[in-house]
Design a protein around this ligand. Structure first.
Ligand SMILES: [Zn+2]
Length: 123
């Protein structure tokens, strides 16, 4: 499945960029606020550690981490062989939609119903 591999590379590259941004943002914020936390951040490239440090609460990085979690979910679907299949109705998600949103887990139709149905959820 060469096409899935292409999405996988795209997702992994994007994830690396996001984690780098989160890492830098935490370093910048915490250097001002908490030297001890900053030292912890500086010493790690570990995703779990970065996420737990981010839980201290920085609105700026929460959005990036949300996207990282979407990417992780997409990578899990690739591993499970369900990537590109709508989680709601089981239909194939349009190629153009995956090109534009590689983390899409619903077809356009289900996504629109989902967004109408639950205004609280951002995904
Ligand atoms: Zn669907």
């Amino acid at each position: 499945m060469p096409q899935q591999n292409r999405f996988e590379k795209q997702l992994r590259d994007r994830k690396a960029v996001l984690l780098g941004e989160v890492h830098d943002a935490l370093l910048r914020i915490d250097a001002e606020r908490n030297a001890e936390v900053a030292a912890q951040v500086r010493d790690t490239k570990d995703q779990a550690a970065i996420e737990s440090l981010a839980e201290i609460g920085h609105a700026e990085v929460e959005r990036d981490l949300g996207e990282v979690r979407d990417i992780d979910a997409a990578l899990q679907r690739i591993a499970a062989g369900t990537y590109g299949t709508c989680v709601t109705c089981g239909a194939q998600i349009a190629q153009e939609r995956l090109e534009a949103y590689p983390t899409a887990k619903r077809c356009l139709h289900c996504q629109q119903s989902h967004e109408r149905g639950s205004t609280q959820s951002l995904i």
